[in-house]
Every structure is written in C-alpha cells, then in structure tokens.
Design a protein around this ligand. Structure first.
Ligand code: SME
Length: 204
C-alpha cells in the first residue's frame, strides 16, 4: 500500500478527474486494475494504480515496443505453442486494459483453448456462437465494445465487458484459430489495437 500526499496545487476534485474516477470523498473506488481511497488531502493507492485504457499515442508506442520485442523473441523456435504462449504472456503483462489474453485453436470442428494468460477460460466454445466463432468464420477482426450487447456472446468470466478477436490465417487464407483478448473496461479496444494485433498474429 502507498500513501501519497495530494499535490498542493491540485484540488481533490480535479485529481479525481485526472485519475478518471468518479468519487465521493473517503470512498474506495476501483477502476482499471487498481484502487484508491481518498481522504481529505491524501490518497492511498492500495495497488499500483494503472489507467484502464491508454491514450492512442501511448498505446501505439507500447505496441511498437512489444512488436519489436516479439519479433526478436519469436526467432528462437518454430514451435507454434511456444510462440503463442510468448505472445499471450508479453501482451497480457504489458497492456493495462487486458484482462484475459489467449488463443482458441480449431480442432475436430471445435474451437479449443490454447495458450493463455488470465482467469480460467472455457476449454471448448459452443459451436458457431459467440465472438470467437464469429471472427473465425468471417475471417475478420471483431471489436465488441460491450459483450453483453452481443447476441450469443459466451461469458467465460462475467467480469469481461469488451472483447477483440483476431483470426489466425494460414498462407492459403484458411483460419486455424483466433487470438482473443477481453477487457473489464467497456469500449476498451480501438482500431489501434486491431492494427497491432493483426501485425502481431502475422508473426506466428
Ligand atoms: N467471449 C468469447 C469466449 C472466450 S472468452 O472470452 C475467454 C466468445 O464469445 O466467443
């Protein structure tokens, strides 16, 4: 736990705004992946506070660094499981808006979970329903701002609110799986995420 003094030139109301929080004084709030308790002139950060979504410039810079790092790391082996595990781990731990990060792979007419990071996932997805199947069958990236408004969405964890699914295509354009990322934050994913995730799956 960290106790920080609010900067003297910032009043608490604007500090709350800076942190992107709606708050009443002395209430504990949770947003993004951290929480903070506000007292009259101090705020206590109970975990490292991180923004729930980065601004587009920071997001692009972070994806650029991750992409370069992955290009290097993925040279070590041709093994697809190892490569997918590396991608899931790097993305999950470097992106503040990611809650579940992983792969579903097509096998015997099913989409079966592959390497992932985050809470326990469904192992097999009900056939031809939900966001992953839609991205897989359409061979298109799907961005869902609010999964609860997506008919047929499969909720492996009720804390997920937004989702992006990127198809994995072989050299003949056949889909062999999807990269799936969930966020607790509604409307967490943008065309910036789409652009970089499509580049990243191209490395597999
Ligand atoms: N929500 C997905 C299922 C996979 S989980 O999000 C990990 C879907 O609707 O296909």
């Amino acid at each position: 736990m960290t106790i920080m003094k609010a900067p003297s030139n910032v009043n608490l109301a604007s500090l709350h705004t800076v942190l992107g929080m709606l708050t009443l004084q002395n209430k504990t709030l949770t947003r993004g992946s951290g929480s903070a308790t506000f007292l009259s002139e101090h705020f206590i950060v109970t975990e490292k506070w991180r923004p729930s979504v980065l601004d587009p410039k920071n997001l692009t810079q972070r994806y650029e660094r991750i992409f370069n790092q992955l290009q290097e790391l993925l040279q070590r082996t041709d093994n697809r499981i190892a490569r997918m595990a590396t991608v899931a781990s790097i993305l999950h731990h470097k992106m503040p808006h990611y809650f579940w990060t992983g792969f579903y792979l097509f096998s015997n007419s099913d989409l079966i979970v592959g390497p992932y990071q985050g809470p326990l996932a469904c192992q097999v997805l009900d056939r031809e329903k939900g966001v992953c199947w839609t991205g897989f069958l359409k061979k298109e990236t799907i961005i869902i701002p609010d999964v609860y408004k997506f008919p047929g969405h499969i909720a492996c964890d009720s804390r997920s609110n937004a989702e992006i699914v990127v198809p994995l295509l072989d050299e003949r354009g056949q889909a062999w799986g999807v990269l799936d990322v969930d966020s607790k934050t509604r409307d967490a994913f943008s065309p910036v995420d789409q652009h970089w995730l499509e580049k990243i799956v191209g490395l597999l």
